[in-house]
Design a binder for this molecule. Structure first.
Ligand code: ADP
Ligand code: MG
Length: 206
């Protein structure tokens, strides 16, 4: 993750583009997951948000990393509907605020955990309720454990899979109670997808 300090404008643009493509490619899958236990808009919400980021990639890429993350977070709050927009927006805005100018690995990890905590505070939620936190906290733990990006993305995939048997107790899926069992949480799947895209991107930059 030390590479975060070395991201050049072209890298930031490429990463935003890769994330937007990945979310767009998986929008139908995310929507299907949300149709099963929510209102079926998660893929559309995420696609709209990441298309908005891609449209501003030039401007975002020339900002210092903290400012870029804050601006991207604000953009997501404004463009992604539903619960997930403000939550992903909060994640990026807090990360941007906490990350500093040139974070080393430990500083990045500490900032990421604070960002995840800020999502929990905003969502009045905690790990284990079948929400995106069920993948965000395992990623924070894997970062602290010193894992490499691909290893961390494998952990994120496992954590998303692990939401399948959970009874939802936050978000729309909680309205279904026990009927939410047997389905992966859509927000968790989104986080795992993004973790994989970021890991693949970092592999190409090694
Ligand atoms: P909405 O539920 O408003 O339709 P989305 O479908 O875009 O919004 O996003 C749903 C996802 O948001 C869920 O799968 C879950 O991961 C996440 N989520 C919902 N509520 C919360 C919450 N209170 N805390 C954390 N994550 C949440
Ligand atoms: Mg929804």
């Amino acid at each position: 993750m030390d590479t975060v300090t070395m991201l050049k404008p072209d890298d930031i643009k490429a990463l935003i583009g890769a994330l937007a493509k990945d979310i767009t490619d998986h929008a139908d899958e995310l929507t299907a997951l949300d149709s099963a236990i929510g209102d079926g808009d998660h893929g559309y919400n995420m696609k709209r948000g990441f298309e908005a980021l891609a449209a501003e990639a030039d401007a975002l890429s020339t900002k210092p990393i903290g400012e870029a993350l804050k601006a991207a977070g604000m953009k997501l709050v404004m463009t992604v509907g539903g619960a997930s927009g403000p939550l992903f927006g909060t994640l990026l805005m807090t990360l941007g605020k906490e990350i500093g100018e040139a974070p080393d690995r430990a500083a990045f990890n500490a900032a990421f955990r604070k960002a995840v905590d800020s999502v929990a505070a905003r969502g009045k939620s905690e790990k284990g309720q079948k929400t995106m936190l069920d993948v965000l906290y395992p990623i924070a733990d894997a970062l602290d454990g010193g894992g490499d990006p691909l290893g961390i993305s494998v952990e994120a995939d496992k954590a998303a899979e692990a939401t399948i048997p959970v009874i939802a107790s936050r978000g729309r899926a909680s309205f279904l109670g026990e009927r939410s069992v047997g389905h992966m949480d859509p927000g968790s799947r989104s986080v795992a997808l993004m973790a994989r895209t970021i890991a693949d991107f970092m592999e190409t930059r090694r």
